[in-house]
Design a protein around this ligand. Structure first.
Ligand code: AMP
Length: 211
């Protein structure tokens, strides 16, 4: 028997918003993902299984065809590229903004700036487009700490309510991109499994935006 199609889901905050959307589209895992340490989950559709992984790994699985479909934040696609992938649907979940931010009252001096971020490629492109030379310092978390410790002048990070920035004496400066989670599809799989995958896209697009 052919293996079922695989949809790679981003764990964490995005997963919490993805599961209700899938349920409204009639797709339900056969066990409670939140209560399990498994990585692969059968669904009520014999021909569709779910895997739950880190967001940065989702495009990798889908690009290589190890998963035919994926759900991932636009921030990851902007940072790591979307080569080999179709992005047929904005799921409208896990909305946030990718922003530059700095200490309250921060003023630019000269045309060089030290920027701490997890999004090194996005930050380089953004500052280059402004004609600013950015020395980008790659971090993996707690970006807000970097200006306080004089590791960087500014940060590029995801902002939702802005509470994390405010709690650390920082303010948003410029919006780089508006972010939400996207459905992605392996390009070759879209051709070889057209009817099945298009059916899934149609069912999901029918429930996107419903409350
Ligand atoms: P906030 O304090 O509400 O502005 O949230 C900011 C923090 O939450 C950031 O440091 C992000 O890492 C995280 N965050 C908020 N929204 C999202 C999202 N949609 N996807 C991933 N991380 C998020």
């Amino acid at each position: 028997m052919q293996r079922p199609l695989t949809m790679a889901l981003t764990k964490g905050r995005i997963l919490k918003e993805t599961l209700p959307l899938l349920a409204r589209a009639g797709i339900e895992p056969l066990e409670d993902i939140a209560k399990s340490r498994k990585l692969i989950f059968a669904t009520n559709h014999d021909a569709l299984q779910l895997v739950v992984i880190r967001g940065t790994d989702v495009p990798t699985y889908v690009r290589h065809g190890a998963a035919e479909l994926g759900v991932v934040g636009k921030d990851i696609l902007l940072e790591h590229g979307a080569e080999g992938l179709y992005e047929p649907l904005d799921l409208g979940i896990a909305r946030c903004r990718l922003m530059t931010a700095g200490p309250v009252g921060w003023q630019a001096r000269g045309s060089r700036v030290r920027v701490a971020t997890k999004f090194a490629n996005i930050a380089r492109r953004h500052f280059a487009a402004q004609g600013v030379h950015a020395d980008v310092i790659k971090l993996y978390g707690a970006m807000e700490l970097a200006p306080m410790m004089n590791l960087a002048d500014l940060i590029v990070d995801i902002v939702d309510t802005g509470n994390t920035l405010r709690a650390n004496g920082m303010a948003p400066l410029a919006e780089i991109a508006s972010i939400s989670s996207r459905l992605i599809v392996n390009k070759a799989a879209m051709r070889s499994h057209y009817a099945h995958i298009q059916g899934l896209i149609d069912s999901l697009s029918a429930v996107v935006g419903e409350v």
